[in-house]
Structure formats: C-alpha cells, structure tokens
Design a protein around this ligand. Structure first.
Ligand SMILES: [Zn+2]
Length: 238
C-alpha cells in the first residue's frame, strides 16, 4: 500500500488515497525480502535458559527444627537408617495404619451386610466408618505408601517444629544404606526471586512434586528431581 495524490480539480483540494502496489512486477521483485532471524541469539538463549532452569537449594536435617514426634521417629539429627530400631518403629507404624484401615473396612463391610432396616444409630456409625477410612487413607496410609514408592513426600507438620517452614521426608540411599530423613528443597524463583516450595500437581500429575513460586504458584512452575536437584520451567496451560 502506498499513498497517492489524486489530480486536483478546480477549487477542490487534492485527495489522498491508498493504492495497492503489486510486489511482483513482471517477475522482478523491487524489494528483496530481508532475512528474518527467528532463532534467538546466543545472549538471548542464555538469558532464557537462566529464566527457565532452577537449581534447588538443599537444607539438611541438622539445620531444621525438629518437633517432638520427629525426634522420636527420626532422632535428634532428623535422619535414621531403615535398618535400625527406629526403622522398626517406622515399619510398626506402617503396619498399624494398614491394620487400622483394614479393621475399619471390615466393620463397614459387616454393617453393609445387615439384613434389617438400618436404625439412625447404625447409619451414623456407617457414616463415621466411611469418614474414618477416608481420613486414614488420605492422611496416613497414602503418604507412607508414596514415601516408599516415590522416595519423597511433603513432611507431615507433626514431625517439624511449629515455627519451621514446609519440609520433606525422603528415603535416600547413601553408600548402600537406605535412610529416612527430614530435608528441605527450596530456592529462589529465577523469574521473580520469590521463594520456591514443593507442591503436588493437579489432575494426572496429582502424585508429582513441582517447585512452585509462592508469588505466582500457577505460572512460575518448575519440575523437580530429588537426585539432580535441578528443575526446568513447566509450560502452564494458555
Ligand atoms: Zn516467581
């Protein structure tokens, strides 16, 4: 498009109109198209990399405030080998929780087999049993199962002191020995310098931990690898 001045007629002012200019005049291009560089330059790539990657800071148990229950289950250092007296205590806790859940489900199954119409009291008992089973599974059984299978879970608040920030419970293997220990993986968001904390994903990622920025938890999201302690920015929907 190019402006073109129309011929002035008499007293009227000349009018300007936009006129389409053909780009290709008889096979000859007047204007050579400029080469557009779509690839980011080296400097841009490195700055993008620094925005999109995160190195997690690791805080050992010795630098965390451990609560009373944490001292009983993990010791004053916040770390215990699985092959130890405390390891047996952990196994005992896990078996007890599994037994408790099994017992609640057995009661529920027995009540469902009742042949007479349910009384108000029986109905209330059934509701209580269903709620108990759900609570035991959600807050005790499932986290411990995920700890055994995934090697890391957000630490229950009861294990740490009230004033301590969010920690994790992990099961690393060091020099052939498996440990249960309290740790914290955190860091500073490379985008906005906010604090990074580990949270579970949503939907199909319900069981995967992500490093989320506390300032923009839905947008500044990074993958989390306990072993390499590195994360990459996750593209969020939209
Ligand atoms: Zn951020």
């Amino acid at each position: 498009m190019a402006p073109r001045k129309s011929e002035s007629a008499g007293r009227h002012r000349a009018q300007w109109v936009l006129e389409r200019i053909p780009l290709d005049m008889g096979g000859h291009r007047d204007v050579e198209p400029e080469a557009v560089d779509l690839e980011p330059s080296g400097a841009e790539t490195s700055s993008l990399d620094s925005l999109n990657s995160l190195t997690y800071e690791f805080t050992a148990a010795s630098n965390l405030q451990i609560g009373l229950l944490g001292r009983i289950l993990l010791g004053s250092k916040g770390s215990t080998p699985t092959r130890s007296a405390r390891g047996l205590l952990w196994a005992g806790v896990m078996v007890s929780i599994a037994c408790l859940l099994f017992l609640v489900l057995i009661f529920l199954w027995a009540m469902m087999g009742l042949r007479h119409p349910l009384t108000g009291g029986e109905l209330a008992s059934m509701v209580m049993l269903v709620i108990s089973a759900a609570v035991i599974w959600r807050f005790w059984a499932r986290p411990l199962m995920w700890l055994l299978e995934d090697r890391i879970i957000p630490a229950p608040m009861l294990l740490t002191a009230m004033t301590e920030d969010d920690c994790q419970l992990e099961m690393p293997k060091e020099q052939g020995v498996r440990y249960i220990r309290l740790v914290r993986y955190g860091g500073a968001c490379p985008v906005c310098a906010g604090s990074i904390e580990l949270r579970y994903g949503q939907g199909s990622q319900l069981r995967r931990l992500f490093g989320c920025c506390t300032e923009s938890p839905q947008e500044h999201v990074f993958s989390f690898d306990r072993v390499t302690r590195r994360g990459k920015r996750i593209a969020t929907a939209g």
